[in-house]
Design a protein around this ligand. Structure first.
Ligand code: GLC
Length: 496
């Protein structure tokens, strides 16, 4: 029976179209093997002028026909649940072969790579618009490797020397001395999915959460891959990474977690304190705490703020970093509950006509001018600046579904959350095929196709497929992104 056979006719046709696009148009081959998906499926556009017809491919000059590591996360998860693990293994192997060996960047993975019949050309940022570097691609590779091994139980793959060397190189990159004591990873502007200036430099949430996930993944891959043959230097790296993961989690919960009670404490703190035992470490002044938080948080909502920097907290809500913090259990259960409560409470903002908004609120006027450098793509309510991205929806689906169990305290709310997710899914189903699987949507409700959005964007297509798979077809696969817990890793390490 085809995987879509039991569905009503229209949804079946849409899902079959989506699968067709993914397998027959987005998937690319290198030396005869399927190895990953293009960011967007190129579309020919005909132009008529003075009786002549010319054909062009919008965006051909950009990099949408490359294989991006971050865009491949949903593709790879879908291949796993669709019983095509060999594609994921090929993808991991290809990316590993592109891990930088240059002294300046040793250990990093490329943002994307171009595939020609004979050659792979990686982009580490040296060709990117604005020369932005992406840090998330490297962190994602580690997480995907762990998810692949856990799903397939192919620990032999993890045990290979070249994989272990890749893990070691990554840890060398992370576990080096620096000038700061804080456990967060400092990055330049635009170092993740938001890859243009949007005042997300320093310690943006998404990077910190991915780092946490990557540290858990890497230590597990070393412990499982090496087994009893683990070397002393590897044991030391494992111990150091676990220590970093513990400190990072503690730090994020202390400095990034926000709810109404915490806002009230922050608003009454003294400033300009010096010394070890002070209550306002980052010297935040009350005037920087925005009033929109009052209705946004309500009395039960909570979330991790976007960034912590001296004198300035970034109170913007970033959807992906928050969903991942739930998925990786960086947030304890009660905080996850408060997060889902906040998302449901602000549904009009975050879902609106196209789930989900990438961040909230947008940078306005002067902030837009100064902080994005007048970026026309990132105008208010557009693109990364509070635009709506359907590719984010399945992350929320996993974050909520993986929590549900009859004994869980979330169970009481689970009907309402399920409704929320189903409604979101119905929106994707109704709008995406009609709007050519657009990359993103603009405006405060996300009703307009993004001004510069690509059509047939692969992670838009896979978001629909994954959401359907998890909500309808095979809800038991909701644990696919579960990472080994910090506690279990510490126990495993102590037994060495
Ligand atoms: C844009 C997005 C980035 C994505 C890339 C390919 O640059 O900002 O997040 O990875 O397109 O789809």
């Amino acid at each position: 029976m085809s995987p879509t056979a039991s569905l009503p006719n229209t949804s079946r046709t849409i899902l079959e179209t989506a699968r067709h696009l993914l397998y027959n148009q987005a998937l690319v081959y290198f030396q005869g093997k399927p190895i990953g998906t293009l960011a967007a499926i190129p579309q020919k556009v005909r132009h008529y002028s003075n009786g002549k017809v010319t054909v062009s491919i919008p965006g051909e000059d950009l990099n949408y026909t490359e294989v991006f590591i971050r865009d491949n996360v949903p593709s790879m998860l879908y291949f796993l649940v669709d019983d095509r693990p060999e594609i994921v293994r090929n993808f991991l192997d290809i990316c590993l072969s592109l891990q930088s060996q240059q002294p300046q960047t040793a250990g990093i993975f490329p943002t994307s790579f171009h595939v020609s019949p004979t050659k792979l050309t990686a982009d580490y940022g040296q060709r990117a618009i604005g020369r932005v570097v992406s840090v998330d691609a490297t962190l994602w590779w580690l997480i995907l490797a762990q998810v692949y091994c856990e799903w397939t139980q192919d620990w032999e793959w993890a045990g290979q020397e070249r994989v272990q060397q890749g893990l070691k190189q990554f840890l060398r990159l992370i576990l080096h001395p620096g000038f700061r004591e804080a456990p967060t990873l400092h990055v330049p502007d635009g170092a993740f999915m938001i890859d243009r200036p949007l005042d997300v430099w320093g310690a943006p949430l998404e990077i910190q959460v991915l780092l946490y996930g990557a540290l858990l993944s890497t230590t597990h891959l070393i412990l499982q891959g090496r087994g009893p043959d683990i070397q002393a230097d590897e044991q030391q790296q494992v111990a150091q990474s676990l220590d970093l993961a513990i400190r990072l989690r503690r730090y994020l919960l202390k400095h990034y977690w926000l709810n109404s009670r915490i806002v009230q404490i922050l608003r009454r703190r003294p400033t300009d304190l010096y010394g070890d035992q002070i209550v306002n470490e980052y010297n935040i002044r009350t005037e920087t705490i925005p009033h929109w938080l009052q209705t946004w948080l309500g009395d039960q909502g909570g979330y991790l703020i976007g960034n912590v920097r001296t004198g300035r907290l970034d109170f913007r809500f970033f959807t992906l970093g928050n969903c991942l913090a739930a998925i990786f259990d960086l947030l304890p259960r009660p905080q996850q509950k408060a997060l889902f409560h906040l998302i449901a409470r602000n549904r009009e903002e975050l879902f609106a006509e196209m789930p989900l908004r990438i961040c909230h609120p947008p940078l306005d006027d002067e902030d837009w001018r100064n902080k994005t450098g007048f970026d026309p793509k990132n105008k208010v309510w557009c693109y990364h600046n509070a635009g709506h991205w359907p590719c984010l929806f399945w992350f929320l689906v996993i974050a909520i579904l993986r929590q549900e169990s009859p004994t869980d305290e979330l169970a009481a709310d689970s009907y309402a959350y399920h409704r929320l997710l189903k409604d979101g899914y119905e929106t994707l189903l109704a709008r995406l095929p009609e709007q050519q699987w657009a990359e993103y949507f603009d405006g405060p409700t996300g009703v307009w196709i993004g001004q510069e959005a690509r059509a047939y964007q692969t992670w838009t297509i896979t978001s629909l497929l994954l959401s359907e798979h998890l909500l309808i077809r095979q809800p038991t696969d909701k644990h696919i992104m579960n990472l080994p817990s910090l506690g279990s890793l510490i126990r495993q390490q102590r037994q060495l």
